[in-house]
Design a protein around this ligand. Structure first.
Ligand code: AMP
Length: 115
């Protein structure tokens, strides 16, 4: 997906502050952080949103992404205080980049429900 900003970050064509990479995922700092720690976890191959990760390949990808995000949280020292993982899907949720991503947010107390 040449016009996808997160595909371009995954390909190294757009700079990002990369926190960790795995075989098929990467984590980088959000440009507009909403918490002291705000990292985006993406699959390096294009998947538009969580609803598009279908079938057995999608099932294993989502499992790996969640596990990878938990490892990143540990690396960043978030286990003691805890953290939030969010994936926005579609306009009602406010998804602005059509490439599946998990927001990993931590470092402050959060409210519920989200706005
Ligand atoms: P969402 O609104 O859930 O689709 O989240 C997209 C996120 O991507 C937002 O939090 C943006 O701040 C973030 N973002 C957009 N462009 C970049 C970029 N080039 N590098 C890092 N984060 C970005």
């Amino acid at each position: 997906m040449p016009d996808c900003i997160f595909c371009r970050i995954a390909a190294g064509e757009i700079p990002a502050t990369v926190v960790r990479r795995s075989g098929d995922a990467m984590a980088f700092r959000d440009l507009d952080p909403r918490a002291p720690t705000h990292v985006l976890v993406i699959p390096t191959a294009h998947v538009a949103a969580v609803r598009d990760a279908t079938g057995s390949d999608g099932e294993s990808l989502l499992g790996r992404l969640l596990q990878f995000a938990a490892e990143v949280a540990t690396d960043l020292g978030l286990d003691a205080g805890g953290y939030r993982l969010v994936t926005n899907t579609g306009p009602d949720a406010g998804q602005s980049v059509a490439h599946l991503h998990l927001h990993l947010l931590g470092g402050r107390r959060m409210s519920w429900p989200p706005g």
